[in-house]
Design a protein around this ligand. Structure first.
Ligand code: MIC
Ligand code: SF4
Length: 644
């Protein structure tokens, strides 16, 4: 039997473990990326490892999230990142150069290589034939130090694409369809591989839109083959030499095969408040819209901005709509300016925003109260836009632009507007002057540390037993945006004591105070959660800040992949219920104990939670390798790595 493309690349990078789905394996990482919101902590952790240089083939530090810079904190972080990059041999991409995933695809992504990024949408790199995985900053720091990356050897699903997208239907609709089929939960430990005759009908940026939102499905990553289309893209970026063919064997084995005919798809939207809440745009006829945002790492390539501009040319934005456009990179912005598209958009009444994450992370452009916002981004979690009761729909750039004219969520196929055809550029405008490439002479640069930058707190060793309280009980699908809000709070990323004051802010503002009080009394705090706990971003602060507050365990029906790894990295054990119905028996505030936890893990024995308030004994399960247990015993990956 032949091999999938995933298997070929993983086997080529395999360091430890055997390629058997479900096994823990580790792989060598060729490239890393960080962004400023997760980057400072990642580099502080890298510094704590005491190495002289990064050991990867390429590491890039992007500044794209906190570019609004209200107050000194973000500017301090950027300066810190720039000096660290110079000292340790990292490429630094300045604010204004664009969103990490878009820029990485344009300038650095290489078929057949592995990429680890401290951002969940690192999966975008799958569009160019990489195994590109999102992880917590600490995992990325370890990879920069030359350490391998541990993951569950995946099951591989093949999506057999055929046909071609109809006019007005786009790559966003493909991935929204995928979300309808696979939903946002239950796909942990899976890699999705796109194949079939339809692949050649999708350009690299379109493929990247599809792999980008694999993150929302909770898969480890998604990948496209590297073919003639990939070669064309790389050639147009002046990087033809980086191209190699990458494909699965014809008789490759898969754990599941799903056929998807591109020609049968239609415009879709993800309705509030989940990327998996898929509706047909044609069913949403009279939904009035207040705001439309085109951009984010999902949909901000040259072709998409040009398509929107062609739709808007000679027309006006509806008086009740605020239409913002954020090109994905400086390259996109420069080319769209040169080709007149930005001026067409401005003529129509669109607002030009910076080439950065911006609205997507909720640090600007929050909609009005109960406002309806159409966004081409990838997440519409409740409150993420910065307005608690806003109704955010995720749509394609085509639907966004047409709706900006009509003022309603509109199916573009029925408007009579001519479908704009935009072809891929033969040559992109290449100007790498906003990267700062590391030079030998900079190795002795002094690292800048503003008052916002604090050393990362390190955990104590795991206690023999857990004794304390249920600090909070939450339901299903709690995202990292619930645990550690971004938006205006993001600027505290480099200051854990300060950022910790906002843990669970959208759900229960008093949690940090309760946990801190317990900690002062020498009690541990545990979190009880439902299914898919920790969905969404790779934000390691969703583990780091709870750790700082004294959280020792999360007991959940299930935990999402990246968050589970982050909890482990910060010495918080994830446990599950042997009998799911036991979830209902525990309440917030219960006094609990997990006796002899350490000994039981060591001996592979069952672990019990004793709920002293309700006089109950509940059996808990865990699935940990010896390495993972050792990390927990040491109090987390940083002390474990330093010890090693
Ligand atoms: C996001 O989209 O939520 C982010 C901000 O890019 C995060 C990373 C972060 O928390 O900084 C992500 O997706 O991983
Ligand atoms: Fe930035 Fe949004 Fe992409 Fe996250 S999802 S990297 S915030 S554009």
């Amino acid at each position: 039997m032949g091999k999938s493309l995933t298997r070929k690349i993983l086997e080529e990078h395999l360091v430890t473990g055997e390629y058997v789905p479900g096994n823990e394996i580790s792989i060598k990482i060729d490239q890393t990326l960080t962004q400023d919101a997760t980057g400072t902590m990642a580099y502080l952790q890298f510094e704590a490892m005491g190495l002289k240089q990064v050991k990867t083939g390429l590491s890039v530090s992007y500044v794209d999230h906190n570019t609004i810079q209200v107050g000194f904190e973000n500017a301090d972080d950027h300066k810190y990142l720039q000096t660290v990059a110079a000292k340790y041999g990292i490429v630094y991409s300045k604010a204004g150069n664009g969103i990490c995933h878009q820029v990485h695809l344009e300038r650095f992504g290489k078929p057949g290589k592995t990429l680890l990024g401290s951002d969940s949408h690192t999966t975008t790199g799958g569009g160019i034939g990489m195994i590109a995985i999102g992880a917590g900053g600490l995992d990325v720091a370890v990879a920069m130090g030359g350490g391998e990356f541990y993951l569950t050897c995946p099951k591989v699903y093949k999506i057999n694409l055929k046909g071609r997208l109809q006019p007005w239907v786009s790559a966003k609709d493909v991935v929204l369809k995928m979300l309808e089929i696979f939903t946002v939960k239950g796909n942990v430990g899976v890699i999705i591989e796109y194949a079939g005759t339809g692949v050649k009908n999708l350009t690299v940026p379109e493929r990247a839109t599809i792999t980008n939102m694999g993150a929302e499905m909770g898969v480890t990553t998604s990948i496209f083959p590297s073919d003639e289309e990939t070669k064309k893209f790389l050639k147009a970026q002046g990087r033809e030499a980086d191209w190699v063919e990458q494909k699965a064997d014809d008789d490759a084995e898969y754990d599941k095969i799903v056929d998807l005919d591109l020609s049968t798809l239609e415009p879709l939207a993800a309705a509030p408040h989940s990327p998996g809440n898929i509706v047909k745009v044609s069913d949403m006829k009279d939904l009035k819209v207040d705001q439309i945002m085109l951009g984010s790492c999902t949909n901000s390539s040259y072709r998409e901005i040009a398509t929107a501009a062609k739709i808007m040319k000679g027309k006006k934005v509806h008086p009740d709509v605020s239409f913002g456009v954020a090109p994905g990179s400086r390259q996109v912005l420069q080319m769209a300016t040169r080709d007149g598209y930005i001026s067409d958009l401005l003529d129509s009444g669109a607002r030009l925003l910076e080439a950065a994450c911006g609205f997507c992370i909720g640090n600007s452009q929050s909609p009005r109260s109960i406002g309806v916002s159409l966004r081409t981004s990838n997440r519409n979690f409740e409150g993420r836009s910065g307005t608690a009761d806003a109704q955010v729909y995720l749509v394609s750039p085509e639907v966004a632009a047409v709706s900006a004219i009509t003022g309603k969520l509109t199916d573009p196929r029925k408007t009579g507007i001519e479908y704009p055809k935009v072809s891929m550029p033969i040559k992109f405008l290449v100007d790498d002057s906003m990267f700062i490439f590391p030079k030998d002479a900079d190795k002795n640069v002094e690292i800048f540390r503003g008052p916002n930058i604090g050393a990362p707190p390190v955990n104590d060793k795991m206690p023999d037993q857990i004794k304390g309280i249920v600090g909070i009980k939450v339901g299903d699908k709690i995202t990292t945006d619930h645990i550690m809000p971004a938006g205006a709070r993001l600027k505290y990323r480099s200051n854990v004591p300060e950022y910790s004051k906002y843990v669970f802010e959208p759900i229960d503002k008093l949690f940090p105070t309760r946990a801190m009080e317990a900690k002062k009394k020498g009690l541990h705090t545990i979190i009880v959660a439902g299914e898919s706990y920790g969905q969404g971003s790779s934000r390691e602060h969703a583990a780091l800040c709870p750790m700082y507050l004294g959280v020792k365990a999360v007991i959940a029906k299930s935990v999402e992949r990246i968050h589970a790894a982050n909890l482990l990295n910060f010495g918080i054990i994830s446990l599950s219920f042997k009998n799911m119905a036991d979830y209902d028996k525990i309440a917030q505030g219960d006094e609990i104990e997990i006796p002899d936890l350490k000994k039981k893990l060591q001996n592979n024995e069952p672990v019990f939670l004793v709920d002293k308030t309700n006089n109950l004994k509940i059996e808990l399960t865990y699935n940990l390798s010896q390495r993972q247990k050792d990390i927990l015993f040491e109090g987390g990956l940083l002390p474990y790595t330093v010890k090693k």
